[in-house]
Ligand binder design. Structure first.
Ligand SMILES: Nc1ncnc2c1ncn2[C@@H]1O[C@H](COP(=O)(O)OP(=O)(O)OP(=O)(O)O)[C@@H](O)[C@H]1O
Ligand SMILES: [Mg+2]
Length: 658
């Protein structure tokens, strides 16, 4: 074992984070640490690295285990040092040694003590052994590998955007080559190419890795073990994320079944007790049943507890047809050109996703629209537009010393304290929670405060820069739903493919310093891109007449098929018709089974009430008859329920294919 927790309990005051947890991290393991926002994942990492001390139990660590830790709010780290210096922080030991050598050298200039001289040469030797003379070179290499240009290396760290800062800290960790990497939401600040880079790097990484992440795709590719923090317990799943999803469902179902069976049993026994406790002849039996019932270890109801935030964006005033006009906009940072003489318009009803790599200027463009960044050209607001800006550094812009309630009061809405408290309730901050200081909030909790601030403004135009960062998967879905219902317009930046595809009706991309607009959803955009790519490559083969003819036929077919089979251009029409027929058939069956189930349930309750009627026990015959029909109806119910499920699944499948 490299490091681990042994029967560990951790709490913040009265709030229990994890109870009696045991978890060993072994060499070569790739672990995804998951859980809803605020359950304590970041806290657990801090306990592992010794930043927090447990209330009970212990953290056990191999004597020589080295740990690299990438924490969640990396933007709070700021320095004027160059990125080369920051990354070279990896060589603390070497640096320390260099300092000592320098001091010794100075002393030696004054005295010529034999022992000092020995020390001096020992230390020089140690420095060589540690590779001290090559650290500069090695750091440069890694940074360049991560995409930094040579002239960037001496620029101050604070000048870089989130994604690039992340890479500097990553470089530092890579150079340290620790046995265990602990990474808290590493993909939050990275664009797709960098995420892919990180995936490749981690795949070849020899040590163990623990990744906290809300990114399904990433987890699926990176980990072979999932540790879920849920209801103050660690649940371990040996497999990737997909395995976890399946297995969790099975576990929950099993527990739910066990729970229901036990409840049935308890109810039966209770009925028995109820029926017989007053009868002298049976009272003793009833007594012992009662005792047995008391002793049963009760199985918990397995229904999954989910944090359901209630997001409801509202609009105060309706704006005019045009929200914002950008005309001949140019923008550069020094000699880095971002936009060149580009024009575009945002109309009422537009739900725009701005996509593309880090550093292309997505956040800059958002700031230009919001008016917090200088630019050349014209920007005209439409009539009655009220905008609200959720900036990328929004979480860092929260005043960490404020309580949640103060923070909400300061954003200038006319809401009373009571109204604000009830709003915060929708974001899962109930009662005393609103007196918590921002400082102690988890990443996801801070994101919820920032979102609440956007909501309180009731604007009709939202600018959202990576709003899904830090949010757990369930909350991302709820946010997407809320944006779908929103009556206003928005422009958002996101790297989350799922989220974009659920929210946007237009895609913007910055290509060659211009804003390119695609009118359609993300999936349509992807298809279009693919078609364009195909088109390009087929152009090259133009000499091949045969192929060309075939292509034309294909195209013609596509055109014919397109309007009908919008979602699946390759499916011929008659298959679809078949599907529809089949679907209708299944739906009829489904309805019938539903009616059967209702009928059986009715029969069952009828028999149950007969059974509980003491008269039934008078005639032996009647009683056994009842018992028989009871088990018969239960059997029927079981079969019907199974059919019901099967039909349901088939229908879902067909509907998805249509
Ligand atoms: N110093 C502290 N004092 C009191 N409560 C704290 C402190 N630090 C964190 N908390 C609370 O403990 C809980 C767990 O926080 P933590 O940051 O570990 O969550 P998390 O699982 O990493 O969540 P996220 O997915 O949002 O990053 C949160 O409710 C947070 O508000
Ligand atoms: Mg966290």
């Amino acid at each position: 074992m490299l490091i681990g927790l042994q029967n560990l309990t951790f709490e913040f005051g009265s709030r229990l984070i994890v109870e009696d947890a045991t978890w060993h991290i072994n060499p070569g393991e790739r672990i995804g640490l998951i859980g809803y926002n605020g359950t304590g994942k970041s806290t657990l990492l801090k306990v592992l690295v010794g930043e927090y001390l447990p209330a009970k139990g212990s953290v056990e660590k191999g004597r020589d285990t080295t740990i690299g830790y990438l924490h969640q709010d990396l933007l709070s780290f700021d320095t004027n040092d160059s990125i080369l210096e920051v990354a070279m922080g990896a060589f603390e030991k070497v640096k320390q040694l260099e300092k000592e050598i320098e001091l010794l050298g100075m002393e030696l200039e004054e005295t010529s003590d034999e022992k000092l001289l020995h020390d001096y040469s020992d230390k020089l030797h140690e420095l060589e052994m540690l590779g001290g003379y090559t650290i500069h070179h090695r750091t440069e290499e890694v940074l360049q590998g991560l995409g930094f240009a040579n002239e960037d290396l001496t620029r101050p760290y604070k000048e870089f955007s989130g994604g690039w800062r992340m890479r500097v800290l990553l470089a530092k960790m890579i150079l340290q080559q620790p046995d265990v990497l602990l990474m808290d939401e590493p993909t939050n600040h990275l664009d797709l190419p960098s995420i892919e880079w990180l995936e490749k790097y981690l795949r070849h990484y020899q040590g163990s890795v623990v990744i906290v992440s809300h990114d399904k795709f990433f987890l699926n590719r990176m980990v072979n073990k999932i540790v879920e923090l849920y209801q103050q317990q660690l649940h371990i799943y040996i497999g990737d994320y997909e395995y976890y999803e399946r297995e969790k469902e099975v576990r929950v179902e099993l527990q739910q079944k066990a729970y229901e069976n036990q409840q049935d049993y308890i109810r039966q026994q209770e009925k028995f007790v109820e029926r017989f406790k007053a009868k002298a002849s049976k009272a003793a039996a009833a007594q012992s049943v009662m005792k047995r019932l008391d002793k049963i270890e009760r199985i918990e109801n397995a229904e999954i507890e989910r944090p359901n935030i209630k997001i409801n964006f509202q609009v105060d005033k309706q704006p005019g047809r045009i929200i914002c006009e950008l005309k001949h906009i140019s923008k550069s940072f020094g000699n880095i050109e971002i936009l060149r003489n580009t024009s575009i318009e945002i109309d009422r009803g537009d739900k725009i996703a701005l996509i593309g790599a880090n550093g292309k200027g997505k956040s800059t463009l958002l700031r230009i629209v919001a008016g917090t960044e200088k630019y050349e050209g014209l920007r005209n607001w439409g009539h009655n537009v009220e905008e609200s800006f959720y900036a990328q550094h929004q979480l860092e812009a929260l005043n960490v010393n404020n309580t949640i309630l103060d923070e909400m009061k300061e954003c200038g809405s006319k809401k009373t304290e009571l109204e604000l408290r009830s709003l915060m309730g929708c974001f899962l901050f109930s009662g005393d929670d609103t007196d918590k200081r921002i400082k102690v909030l988890s990443g996801g909790e801070k994101a919820r405060v920032a979102l609440a601030k956007v909501i309180v403004s009731k604007s009709n135009f939202l600018l959202l820069d990576e709003p899904t960062n830090h949010l757990d998967m369930h909350s991302v879905e709820l946010l997407a739903d809320a944006l779908n219902k929103y009556e206003g317009s928005f422009l958002l930046v996101s790297h989350d493919r799922f989220f974009i595809s659920k929210t946007a009706n237009k895609i913007w991309e910055i290509v060659d310093h211009e804003i390119k607009e695609f009118k359609g959803t993300y999936l349509e955009w992807v298809e279009w891109k693919e078609r364009m790519a195909k088109h390009q490559s087929s152009k090259k083969k133009e000499q091949d007449n045969l192929a060309k003819a075939q292509e034309q036929v294909n195209k013609a077919q596509e055109l014919v098929a397109a309007p009908v089979t919008k979602n699946n251009p390759n499916a011929p029409i008659n298959i679809e018709r078949e599907h529809k027929k089949e679907l209708q058939k299944l739906q009829r069956q489904f309805q019938k089974v539903e009616e059967d189930i209702a009928r059986f349930n009715l029969q069952k309750t009828q028999i149950e009430s007969d059974l509980s009627n003491p008269d039934s026990y008078k005639e032996a015959n009647k009683f056994s008859q009842l018992e028989k029909s009871y088990s018969a109806v239960q059997e029927q119910l079981k079969t019907a329920n199974a059919q019901y499920e099967q039909l349901f699944e088939k229908i879902m499948e067909l509907e998805n294919n249509l």
